[in-house]
Structure formats: C-alpha cells, structure tokens
Ligand binder design. Structure first.
Ligand code: ATP
Ligand code: MG
Length: 576
C-alpha cells in the first residue's frame, strides 16, 4: 500500500502558541502538532496524524500478542450491571465506574476493564481442560471517571487499552503464559522506543497477588519507583524495602509526659526535643469497615502508604478532620498510650526494635517520651506501612536503593481464581472434577503509551518520533510551490519515495519556508526532504534527520532510493 499524502488536504492544524493548561510536554505537543483536540475533561478527539500514531502502537501490540498465541476479539464497551454485581465490583469500584440505565431501567456501566465480560464468555464456551490454555485480547475503549483527569492522554477518562485475558487449567500453565506476556511487554516498550523498567506493583482494583508494572521512565511520571543495581525495582506503593537502622532509642526509660505547648507537627516536636525526626513516632487515625478506631504508628520522618494501610486493615480510611471530635481525640498529639477503648494500634514493623517511643499523649499540647511497647501500651499488629524511598535498602540484596519517576504504560496480573470463582466459570479437569479457571490479565495503555513516547522523545522545537510511532515517516518540503523547477522535482521525489512503501507527505501549502520548517520539526517527521531552487539547479535535494538535526545533500535522481534505504534500516531497529 502506498501512502502519499498532501498537506493541503490532510487536516494538520498546528498551533503557534502553547495552549493554556498544559502542564507537561506530551499534552502541549499533541495539541500543538495538531494530533488531538479536547472535547471534555479527559476526553479527546484524535485528528488524522494522532490517529495514525495510535494505529501504529496498536499494530505493534497486536503483532506481539499474536506472536505469543493470544488472539484478538472485540467485546462490548457497555456492560450489564449483573455481571459486576456477581463479581462484587459493582460495589467495590466506587465512583470511577460510570453507571447508566437503559430505557427499561436496566443498569449498565461503561467498561473500565473487561474481566467480567470475558469470564462470562469463557464460562459459556469452554468446557474441558483440552481447550486450555486460552489467551484472548482486544483493543478497545475504556472509561474510568478519574477524580483528576490530567496531563492530556496520560490520565484520561476515555482511553484506549489493549487488554488480554488468559485461562488455564494449572498454575504452571498460567506462570508460563505470564512470563511470555512479560517478555512481550518488554518487546512492546522497546519497539515503541521507550526506555522502561518492569517493577513490582500493587494490583489495585484488578486484584491478584503477582503483578508487574512497566514504567516508562520520565520525570513527569506520576509513579514513583525505587530500584537497585541488582535488578530489583518496585513502585513505592508496593515496595517492601528495608528501613535503614537508625540510631533509635533502644534503652529502657521511665515513661514521662511532657508539656509541649503549640507543638502540632513532627518537625516542631523534633526541634523542641532536639532529636531527629526519625526518633519520634507519628500516629495517624483511621477507621475500619465497622467504624472502629485504628491508630497507625510510623517513624516520624516517614509517610504512611495508604495502599499498605488498607491491606493491613481492610477498608481502613484515614479520618477527616471533622471526625476526630466524635472519636474523642485531638487532631494532633495522637499516640498509642491510653487511646480510646477498642482502638486497634497497628505499628510499622521498622519500629519493632525501638524500646523507647516518643509519641503524642492524645491530649493537645502534651507528648510522651520513653513509652515502651508491651509495658506502657499494646501494639495489636506489626505491619509494613511505609511509602518506600531512596536510601532504603533493597529487600533482595540489601544495597541502598535509588529513586526514579515513571509513567505506568502497562501492567500484567496473575488473577488466580478471583473472577472465575465469583462468576462460577469452571471447566472439567483431567481427573474429571469441575474446577474454576486459573486466570491472568494483561493491559497496555495504548493512548497513554503515545503520550509516554512523546515525554521521552521531544526537544524545544517539537516531537522527535522514533520511526515506529511517527504518524508519517517522511515529509517532502518544497520551498516554493509555484516554481517551475522546484515543484516538479519535489512532486516526483514524493511519489517515488511513497511508491517504495514509505509513508510520505508533501507540504504543498503556499507558506513561507520558515513556517514549513517549524511545522515539520513540531510534528517531528523523522525524515525531511527539502527541495529548494538552488539545490535543484545543482541537481540536489537536502535530507534532514529530525533526531540529530544532521543534513545531507542527495542527488535528485538517487534521493528516493537513498531515503528509502535509510528508512528501512531505521525501521529494522524497531523490528518493523
Ligand atoms: P493508574 O494507576 O495510572 O490509574 P491503573 O493501574 O489503574 O492505572 P490498569 O488497570 O493497570 O491501570 O490498566 C492498564 C493500563 O491502562 C495502565 O497500565 C495504563 O497504561 C492504562 N490506563 C489506566 N488508566 C488510564 C487513564 N486514566 N488514562 C490513560 N490510560 C490509562
Ligand atoms: Mg495498573
């Protein structure tokens, strides 16, 4: 198929100025390069160039799925509530799930993910272990009514995802396919030109125990990760690092209540007592599902990880300021000594060796020093409660870990039997018994990946596409369109390049050279063939490489062949 496009009839509405409310480069450049337009918060239209790049990402993902025998189907975006009620997620998903009713009052939702649909499909179709393993995927819209849609395509409400689901008779079979998916996800990142890291992660709303996220490294990423030279890496939400042994008070002391007027923060308390912040203990109040009070105790210099907290105590939510009064506790100065009756005290495991705690006295303007667990108060449970951070130690090799930020472009999960049990999806095993399918699921954010590529590949002038995701590979730029020498050369070069299978656009607009150059760099076509009067007189055109800015002169008659060769070599590095 030849792709020979004319700028004059392709809609590429580039913008000179930075649009308002664009905090990060990919959002700004997608708008400025005329690739997307906003329709509502987190909802976008893809213009022709943007859509071309989306389709390229989809194609790479599709090829990698087919290579591991996962096959494409297409499921509905609108899903009946019954399935979600059966899985328990109609309740659990919360306001991110967009719900609607049809004219008969039946309830539906817009699919944020498709475990329910696929499990009910396979439940009705697959009867025997002989038909397993089975891996199916789709590329489809998703809708999640995100609290804070932002950063353009990075956190949209409507977005495109590739989601694969696999069904197995045994855990070994799941493990094998999971590993294939992990390798495929690595190849997808490489082919998209993303520098990335697979990390240990939390499974969130999807569930399951074993999961890996693929992080495109970027300072603008919302995710924080920690990693170690030994190869271990994790999202800070999930990382169980070793908290370095600080010089915490290990001596037994008398417990003492001290007057600390006006001290409401750990920083103030540490300064007042002239001790480091890590030598104090911060207590945070939460409630469990039965509204029972929970105190989480962590080292004073650390942050409570809400994901881990809600794992330690199911459904724990931190108290809002207005709730403190009803529990009879002050907003500051909380501590594990003499809490209200029935309070559960959950302390971070790193505090286990600390004999003498500096804590709040559950009384404004008072703190307690020298409090000893077991003697002066009880800890109901020790748990890992902290947000990991650089400087902690690697759980595998104990070296000091470093930090980075990333964009989660994809995630794979071993689901086990969570959905098959809830939805009664069973098959007949080899021994004749009925067993629930063992499942995995695997998601790639297609539109988020597009934004991640731009985050990693841009400069002051615009986008610098890896050829694998560029909307078009070559642009031919005639510096004049009504010149009797220039235009015919430009047109024949454009045709010849496109006829050899390279996607080529000609900038046939009656615009100044400066405007054409700026637009070509802004959109970031990897190869620009510039055709000017002086060059043509000498039998030459100029090839500019967007990535390096390098320019080379090519003889007019050889130009199409040479450009085609350069493009093919470039494609080959991305396995295209
Ligand atoms: P996040 O933690 O960023 O909200 P998630 O973990 O909830 O994402 P998954 O359920 O793992 O997302 O979905 C699979 C993939 O879909 C993600 O890795 C991401 O690439 C993409 N994705 C998820 N939410 C969004 C969104 N709001 N906008 C764009 N892409 C998204
Ligand atoms: Mg995820």
């Amino acid at each position: 198929m030849t792709t020979a496009l004319r700028m004059s009839n392709l809609h590429v509405p580039t913008l000179r100025e930075d649009p308002a409310e664009t905090e990060i480069s990919s959002h700004r450049l997608l708008l400025r390069a005329g690739m997307i337009r906003k329709v509502a918060a987190g909802i976008y239209t893809f213009l022709p160039l943007g859509w071309r790049s989306v389709r390229k990402i989809e194609q790479i993902v599709r090829e990698e799925m087919e290579a591991i025998d996962s096959h494409e189907l297409f499921m509905p975006f609108v899903q009946p509530a019954e399935l979600w009620k059966d899985s328990g997620r109609w309740e659990a998903y919360g306001p991110e799930l967009a719900r609607l009713k049809d004219r008969h009052g039946r309830e539906f939702c817009l699919g944020p993910t498709h475990e329910e649909i696929i499990t009910s499909l396979v439940r009705g179709e697959v009867r025997s272990y002989r038909e397993l393993p089975l891996s199916l995927f789709q590329i489809n819209l998703k809708f999640r009514d995100e609290v804070r849609p932002r950063f353009g395509l990075l956190r949209g409400r409507e977005f495109i995802m590739k989601d694969a689901y696999s069904f197995h008779a045994t855990q070994e079979s799941l493990q094998e396919h999971y590993e294939q998916q992990v390798r495929a996800y690595g190849r997808i990142c490489e082919r998209l030109g993303l520098s990335y890291r697979p990390v240990e992660a939390d499974s969130g709303q999807i569930g399951g125990e074993v999961t890996t996220e693929f992080m495109a490294l970027a300072d603008t990423g919302e995710a924080e990760l920690v990693y170690c030279d030994c190869g271990w890496a994790a999202n800070v939400e999930a990382a169980s690092t070793i908290v370095p042994g600080t010089a915490k008070d290990a001596d037994q002391k008398e417990m003492e209540r001290i007057h600390t007027p006006g001290i409401h923060s750990i920083a103030d308390l540490a300064a007042f007592l002239d001790v480091p912040q890590y030598a104090t203990v911060k207590t945070m109040a939460a409630k469990d599902a039965d509204d029972r009070l929970v105190f989480f105790c962590i080292p004073g210099d650390r942050e409570l990880n809400p994901v881990k907290a809600s794992r330690a105590v199911e459904d724990a939510t931190l108290l809002g300021e207005e709730e403190f009064d009803s529990y009879g506790i002050p907003v500051g100065s909380l501590g594990p000594v003499d809490p209200p009756a029935n309070t559960r005290v959950i302390a971070d495991a790193s505090l286990r060796d600390v004999v003498s705690w500096t804590v709040g006295a559950n009384n404004d303007d008072y703190h307690i020093v020298g409090a000893m667990p077991g003697r002066d108060f009880e800890v109901s449970e020790w748990a890992d409660l902290l947000v990991a951070r650089p400087g902690d130690h690697c759980p595998r090799c104990e070296s000091v870990v470093e930090g980075a930020r990333g964009i989660e472009v994809s995630q794979v999960f071993q689901l086990g039997t969570k959905y098959s049990e809830a939805l009664g999806a069973t098959f007949t095993a080899e021994n004749g018994s009925e067993q629930p399918f063992i499942m995995g699921c695997y998601g790639v954010g297609i539109t988020r990946s597009l934004a991640a590529v731009i985050e990693q590949h841009h400069d002051d002038a615009g986008i610098v596409w890896p050829i694998s995701t560029a909307p078009l590979e070559v642009i031919v730029v005639p510096l004049s369109i009504d010149d009797a020498e220039v235009w015919p050369v430009a047109e024949s070069v454009w045709r010849a390049i496109s006829e050899s299978g390279v996607e080529t656009l000609i900038d046939d607009r009656d615009e100044r050279a400066g405007v054409k150059f700026a637009d070509a760099d802004l959109v970031g076509y990897p190869y620009q063939v510039v055709v000017g009067k002086r060059g043509v007189a000498a039998g030459k055109v100029e090839l500019k490489l967007r990535a390096t800015g390098e320019r080379v002169e090519l003889p007019v008659d050889k130009a199409p062949e040479m450009v085609t060769r350069i493009v093919s070599e470039d494609r080959a590095t991305y396995h295209l």
